[in-house]
Ligand binder design. Sequence first.
Ligand SMILES: Cc1cc2nc3c(=O)[nH]c(=O)nc-3n(C[C@H](O)[C@H](O)[C@H](O)COP(=O)(O)OP(=O)(O)OC[C@H]3O[C@@H](n4cnc5c(N)ncnc54)[C@H](O)[C@@H]3O)c2cc1C
Ligand SMILES: NC(=O)c1ccc[n+]([C@@H]2O[C@H](COP(=O)([O-])OP(=O)(O)OC[C@H]3O[C@@H](n4cnc5c(N)ncnc54)[C@H](O)[C@@H]3O)[C@@H](O)[C@H]2O)c1
Length: 454
Amino acid sequence: MAKRVVIIGGGPGGNQAATLAARLGAEVTLIERDIVGGAAHLWDCIPSKAMIATGGALTFVERAERMGLAVPDAGVHPEALRERIQGIEDRLEHSVTGLLESQGVRIIRGTGRLTGPHTVVADTADGEVALEADVVVLSTGSRPRIPEWAAVDGQRILTTRDAYPPPEMPEHLVVIGSGVTGVEFVHMFRSFGSEVTLIVSRQQVLPQKDPEVAAALEEDFLRRGVKLLKGARAEGIDVSDDGVLVRCDDGRSVRGSHALLAIGSIPNSDGLGLEAAGVEVDGGGYVVVNRNMQSSVPHIYVAGDLSGKLPLSSVATMQGRKIAEHAMGLHIGRPHRHLDYDKAASAIFTEPEIADVGLAEADAFAEGRKIRVTKVPFSSSAKALINDDPRGFVKLVSDPATGVVLGGSIVGKHAAELISVVALAVTARLTVSDIVESILVHPALSEALAEAAE
Ligand SMILES: Cc1cc2nc3c(=O)[nH]c(=O)nc-3n(C[C@H](O)[C@H](O)[C@H](O)COP(=O)(O)OP(=O)(O)OC[C@H]3O[C@@H](n4cnc5c(N)ncnc54)[C@H](O)[C@@H]3O)c2cc1C
Ligand SMILES: NC(=O)c1ccc[n+]([C@@H]2O[C@H](COP(=O)([O-])OP(=O)(O)OC[C@H]3O[C@@H](n4cnc5c(N)ncnc54)[C@H](O)[C@@H]3O)[C@@H](O)[C@H]2O)c1
């Protein structure tokens, strides 16, 4: 009899586990409550990038004279933008649903919960559907964290999910939180012409990132007129007819037309019946997993944000793949590569764009590890001049003894695409000579990678 796999949550984690397990011969049922394709994915990740792309097009038009063009003034058309974003969401939901159906996955629209280690119930519009499972995958994702001091109304006080685009374009947006989400929203709304103030709880934006990279971004924000309120934590928001007043714990406050919360997310683990199945949860509500993504109940796996690992769509997808392989026994009797979070590439879609992978210079320094660091600015790249955007640099971190590429960061146009070369080098343990000896396209930004590898 085919293995019965029941998956709760149809985001990147759940979808990937579903399609691969089905292809490997399992009988797969996927339960989704809100949107096939994933709420965090299709209601945050994708629309935020779509808004940033539109803002980027606007900035490009504003700079077009420098490219030798005469263009009329451009402006945002909020309804057209809303339609564009809805269109992208619909197409992606449709294509994911089609892919799942083509693999024979049964999709149930409803809310799933465990009722025991091998039993799942889906609460649907037509009543309860009871399912038996040999394998369960929990991939319910996360949602924006809303503190008790903020009364989100979707009008003046927004979470990220209210902002694609918001009901009215903010005249002055106060962004609370300067992690990846916060800085992307600063960039996004500044490109649309909003005045922006960013509340930074520490002394640097992006506290988890290389200080040199964070400094490059701060410099650009300041050049564009963004106000940074450093060393302040928001602790209250007052709303009036014409705007908001965000109060901070050090006595300072900021007035704006709107406030946006970007203070992290919380896992969707409530109401999942974890206790009924004996699944262990940590203090933050994340399900505790081992390196095979198994929970404390070995046939109950966890993919995506719910696992409390690196919360990225790309990582959720890879976790889903690894779960399907493991649950279907592909690891038995053959080499099985475990997911290595240290080798995950990631990008921040600001301007300049920021991307990194593998070992960071600052971390190597903190560990006292010997490394070779080489850095090349884009200002010497022909392609960067052709693009009229010579900002940023490529930095490669390698092992001085063997030349193996250990990591890298890129700041500048197309950094999210360019980092793929470094990510491949890190995963495949290629050396700097492998990069130097690859004949790359000219003129192209990737040539800076070869130069940094020299
Ligand atoms: C503003 C923002 C921007 C981001 N940008 C990027 C980016 O550029 N690149 C990147 O890689 N990552 C990005 N991320 C992170 C990324 O969106 C998440 O890491 C990813 O979507 C997690 O996938 P998931 O499958 O765990 O969760 P989700 O995508 O949220 O999918 C989980 C699904 O489970 C469903 N669900 C929940 N509970 C139940 C239940 N009980 N029964 C049935 N269904 C249920 C939900 O409706 C949801 O559809 C961003 C996140 C945010 C907040
Ligand atoms: N481009 C991308 O790939 C992308 C984009 C957005 C999010 N993400 C993923 O989501 C993860 C989470 O990022 P995030 O930025 O949403 O959350 P985060 O938890 O990384 O950052 C939230 C920030 O808000 C600050 N903060 C908390 N309370 C505050 C307060 N009261 N006042 C002021 N600041 C406060 C925290 O100190 C922290 O720096 C990222 O690590 C990434 O994995 C990825």
